[in-house]
Design a binder for this molecule. Structure first.
Ligand code: NAD
Length: 492
């Protein structure tokens, strides 16, 4: 007999406890070799004063088991609370969020009967770094952080996933026509690492048209790899196309552990009514069983689930008179799955029982820390200023700038307003003032950018502060290996 795998289980909020109870019932009836340990997370833990929604003791269980099956939780609105999901993913280094979505036609009504797409989403970086600052009364900033090791990990994961699962194509989606540095890095890493996978068809699409095409003709897609925010949105779109967000599970994978959950939220609108669809969490549990090497049980559960759907036993979210035979409750659906354990679906594609375990992923080459010559060539000083005439601010700054640094331009929300701005441009109280070396470049390689000393940048800040300029933050401007490592202002 297979030794029992210890797993950590969190029942969550809203519909969480209902769908978790039924999922565990099905797993037990199917003969899963599991030893669950229960932890408290979510609303009550937030209210008990833990800002991340998880108590310190719970980490101990996670460190031991390294596998978490988690029902959705409710993130309280308002300042001071951090998302538990983001905390778990980042603290445990769960860098890959994998969401397989497949249509269950004709059992479940959908306009896309041949949809079979896996969204692989970067899970730790991007705008979800959670670093936000209000800088002036009018302007708030959210930092988008994208790292080379982060991109390399997720892109390599996507190609390995495709290879191990016999998938043919990986599509990368970014918005690098606008975010040339951050999204540009993701795209570049995709092109670089893609060269190691000549057996996989690969392409890149801008996220907006990519999403539109994916929503229109999803059968043309296979594996999609993208950044955190785009992946979050895209995976809900694709899950909904299969019939309901209530149908899909996801895995969050890291080198040290894994978290399995439904893709939907805690659905407070239907909590406690015994009407929720437990399929998303059950699918997450199937992914967990495969992760634990319990492939036969995974197939038994999955195939019984397909049989229940095929027999038209549908919860309210997917109930349609033309495809359903009965509207069932959460418990009723779990009963139907348990009754069908050991059966094979007739019309839907079964998961092969006893399929060989997936081939292991090729080990990633040891990450070599990126190195480059980093040369300071200027500074962006962001200031709060309530005036309306950018020329006034420009003249004030020019008067104190010299002699080593000169004001190159001022932008407002990224658009150049000085010198030679357009009077039509609407201006907020948040101004980015770019200073570069006063002396012309001598290198000839990058005209306009000459080395600047950090001490001179600090001295400039002191002169500005003494002149009552309200500095709210600064960013240094660098060349990396001689290449400009900052974006130009709109109109610069
Ligand atoms: P939601 O996914 O909870 O609900 C959206 C809609 O889908 C609702 O009408 C709901 O009734 C329905 N729905 C969702 N799951 C269903 C299921 N299994 N069966 C039948 N219908 C289902 O999204 P929301 O309303 O935006 O969020 C509610 C709460 O969940 C929020 O506090 C949010 O922060 C949280 N949330 C948590 C997670 C997570 O824990 N992983 C993910 C997303 C949202």
């Amino acid at each position: 007999m297979q030794p029992k795998a210890r797993i950590t289980v969190a029942a969550g909020d809203g519909i969480g406890p209902e769908i978790m109870t039924q999922t565990l019932r099905i797993l037990e009836a199917a003969g899963a070799a599991l030893e669950p340990e229960f932890i408290e997370v979510g609303e009550q833990v937030y209210q008990a004063g833990h800002a991340s929604g998880i108590a310190p003791e719970a980490w101990e269980s996670l460190r031991q088991t390294r596998v978490l099956l988690k029902a959705p939780i409710t993130t309280p609105l308002g300042g001071g609370y951090k998302s538990l999901n983001v905390t778990l993913r980042k603290t445990l280094g769960l860098y890959a969020n994998v969401r397989p979505c497949r249509s269950l036609f004709p059992a479940v009504a959908t306009r896309h009967p041949n949809l079979d797409v896996v969204i692989i989403r970067e899970n730790e970086e991007d705008l979800y770094a959670g670093i936000e600052h209000q800088q002036t009364p009018e302007v708030i900033q959210c930092l988008k952080l994208v790292s080379r090791p982060g991109c390399e990990k997720i892109v390599r994961y996507a190609f390995e996933y495709a290879r191990r699962h016999g998938r043919r194509r990986v599509t990368c989606m970014t918005k690098d026509n606008i975010m040339k540095l951050t999204d540009g890095l993701f795209h570049r890493v995709f092109m670089e690492i893609g060269q190691e996978y000549p057996d996989i068809v690969q392409d890149h699409q801008i996220i907006d048209i990519g999403t539109a095409r994916l929503a229109d003709t999803p059968e043309r897609y296979d594996v999609v790899v993208t950044l955190n925010l785009y992946g979050d949105i895209l995976s809900d779109v694709v899950a909904q196309l299969t019939g309901s967000v209530g149908l899909a599970g996801s895995s969050n994978i890291g080198d040290q552990g894994a978290l399995f959950e439904a893709i939907h939220g805690s659905a407070p609108d239907i909590a406690g009514q015994n009407v929720a669809n437990p399929s998303g969490l059950l699918q997450a549990a199937v992914l967990m069983l495969i992760h634990l090497g319990q492939n036969e049980v995974a197939a038994r559960v999955h195939n019984a689930w397909l049989c229940a759907l095929e027999d038209g036993l549908h919860t309210a979210d997917i109930y349609r008179p033309e495809t359903s035979t009965a509207k069932v409750t959460t418990v009723g659906f779990a009963d139907a799955v348990i009754e069908r354990l050991g059966r094979q679906p007739q019309r839907l594609t079964p998961m092969p029982a006893g399929a060989a375990a997936l081939p292991p992923a090729a080990p990633a080459p040891l990450y070599q820390r990126a190195s480059a010559v980093q040369q300071l060539v200027g500074t962006d000083i962001f200031v709060r200023w309530e005036g309306n005439e950018p020329g006034q601010l420009g003249q004030q700054l020019e008067a104190v700038a010299g002699p080593l640094l000169k004001l190159k331009l001022i932008t407002n929300r990224g658009v150049k307003v000085y010198p030679d701005g357009h009077p039509e441009t609407f201006c907020t109280d948040h101004w980015r003032c770019r200073f570069v070396a006063a002396a012309a470049s001598t290198s000839g390689e990058k005209p306009g950018y000459s080395p600047v000393r950090f001490a001179d940048v600090l001295a400039l800040q002191q002169r500005l502060a003494a002149d009552n300029v309200f500095i709210i933050k600064t960013e240094n401007l660098y060349l990396l290996d001689g290449e400009r490592a900052f974006s130009l202002g709109q109109g610069e």
